[in-house]
Design a protein around this ligand. Structure first.
Ligand SMILES: Cc1cc2nc3c(=O)[nH]c(=O)nc-3n(C[C@H](O)[C@H](O)[C@H](O)COP(=O)(O)O)c2cc1C
Length: 209
């Protein structure tokens, strides 16, 4: 039986989009897995405000063939891996809007028992990667999702004093204060392993739901 993995993400400047592709590649390593990338709807106000920024415009063009996330995508999925860049240490309003408008799914328990995980990105090293993952955990528990972390055993690269991504709570990357950094190879590797882990766990949980 096919296991369906959904990757809903929001990416203004493309870093989370790159991480999403690595997560997707990792998930697809698991046999009989179908992976779908969807982007969370942008706000008109943000589009207007950012349309003079070259990086924003380019990153949006790059993602133009990715479909917009719907609630039916969440119903479809056996496992959900969220791409959530930091905004003031927690999730962007665009992502919150997607969750807040999914009250019907919450009420009917439609996401209960599905595996879930987070990958994130910040401008700076201490700008809130762990805070973003941990605060996202709160609504995900209301939906009854089963949170999957990024264990040290599988991801020994986390044990470092270097400014890399990755924590026990999520895969991650550092975009740089001006967004000029790119995800490091090690960040992409850990993102891939997270995708694979969620796909494996989703497959195991599917018959139990
Ligand atoms: C309104 C706003 C708030 C932000 N807040 C933070 C923050 O609290 N900490 C931080 O390190 N970066 C912050 N950033 C930087 C973003 O996290 C960074 O641009 C993002 O992770 C890059 O991912 P993307 O290229 O996929 O958009 C903020 C950016 C914006 C636009």
């Amino acid at each position: 039986m096919t296991t369906k993995i959904l990757i809903p993400y929001y990416s203004a400047y493309g870093h989370i989009y790159q991480m999403a592709q690595a997560v997707a590649e990792g998930a697809s390593r698991v046999e009989d897995t179908e992976v779908k990338l969807v982007r969370v709807k942008e706000f008109g106000e943000v589009k207007d405000a950012m349309s003079s920024q070259e990086y924003y415009v380019k990153a949006q063009e790059m993602q133009s063939d990715i479909p917009e996330a719907t609630h039916d995508d969440l119903r479809w999925a056996d496992g959900i891996i969220w791409g959530i860049p930091t905004r003031y240490g927690s999730m962007p309003a665009q992502m919150k809007q997607y969750l807040d408008s999914a009250g019907g799914l919450w009420m009917n328990g439609e996401l209960e028992g599905k595996a879930t995980a987070v990958f994130t990105s910040t401008g700076s090293v201490h700008g809130g990667q762990e805070a973003t993952a941990l605060t996202s955990f709160v609504p995900f528990m209301h939906f009854g999702l089963i949170y999957v972390g990024l264990p040290y055993g599988e991801n020994p690269e986390q044990l470092t004093a270097e400014a890399n991504g990755g924590s026990p709570y999520s895969a991650s990357t550092i975009a740089g204060p001006q967004g000029g950094e790119q995800p490091k190879e090690v960040d992409l590797v850990m993102a891939g392993r997270l995708g694979e882990r969620v796909a494996k766990i989703s497959k195991a949980l599917k018959p139990l739901r």
